[in-house]
Write a protein that binds this ligand. Sequence first.
Ligand SMILES: Nc1ncnc2c1ncn2[C@@H]1O[C@H](COP(=O)(O)OP(=O)(O)OP(=O)(O)O)[C@@H](O)[C@H]1O
Length: 319
Amino acid sequence: MGVEICVEGLTKSFGHQVIWRDVSLTLPAGEISVMLGPSGTGKSVFLKTLVGLLKPDRGSITIAGRDITRLREHDLYEVRKLFGVLFQDGALFGSMDLYDNIAFPLREHTRKPESEIRRIVLEKMDMVGLIGAERKLPGEISGGMRKRAGLARALVLDPEIILFDEPDSGLDPVRVAYLNQLIVDLNAQINATFLIVTHDIASARQVPDNIGLLFRRELVMFGPRQVLLDSDEPVVGQFLNGRMQGPIGMAEEKDAAQVEQELAELGAGHRRGPQGGKGATGAGVTPRLLPSPGIVRPPRWQDIADRESGPRAREGADL
Ligand SMILES: Nc1ncnc2c1ncn2[C@@H]1O[C@H](COP(=O)(O)OP(=O)(O)OP(=O)(O)O)[C@@H](O)[C@H]1O
């Protein structure tokens, strides 16, 4: 059913470099959340901290009633079994075919017989559309297929939580669209809690229930998708519209006077970026990507479908 992750007052530094401080948020059980932020703001560090690979300096991460920042290695090992992680490149073993790659966690962490392993591997390969590619090596397939293989491997231990580190990196827009649909479909089918780190604005607008944004060593905002898409917070608007105008600069943060001038110009209707315009919503709130027809949807999807087809959504569509 997925478990809730409750993060409170989390701070992480490497030496004197503070990565982020006082991060608090709750990833609701079974929902999809996306974490955004400019490069280097510590999104990957956040994922690694959630799974217990990095220790925070302060704060707590409560999963299934236990603060994992205080667990000993042995107990942490048990908690990690709740997680599936999709790394950026799929993190497949190059010398193993896809079948053996996907079977690896089952052979490593369980005592299941090969017949049961075969059933599970083929089931997960089917879920991600890879049936027939069992004997391919990672080097022989496309980047999109490698991601799907990595996803199948993340699924074999039936995780309650799946973390995705930039699942769309290196994929063309069509492959990203297919992967997004797969993510939404999987979430509806297995009902696990998903957290996705991405730079892809279109994905961030359509896929999640919740969006968070890390900037200037803080979590600027975390909340329901529509709240962030409607937000007047300059950095949120800049990021979700991919604009140059706003607090985020090319290599580093801009000074306050420059930001103020840019935002004033933007407010006065001076369009300079590809999607210049005021507010995060720009051309209305992007509709939510729904699970494919035929997939039995958990109850929250009905609420989303009703909301998306309600009067407000129609107003947005008329703009
Ligand atoms: N093990 C480590 N030791 C020291 N510094 C680290 C370590 N891991 C990450 N960092 C630093 O933490 C900062 C944040 O890195 P991270 O990879 O989490 O950023 P990110 O937001 O995921 O970036 P991107 O969007 O470019 O992938 C960087 O300055 C990085 O150099």
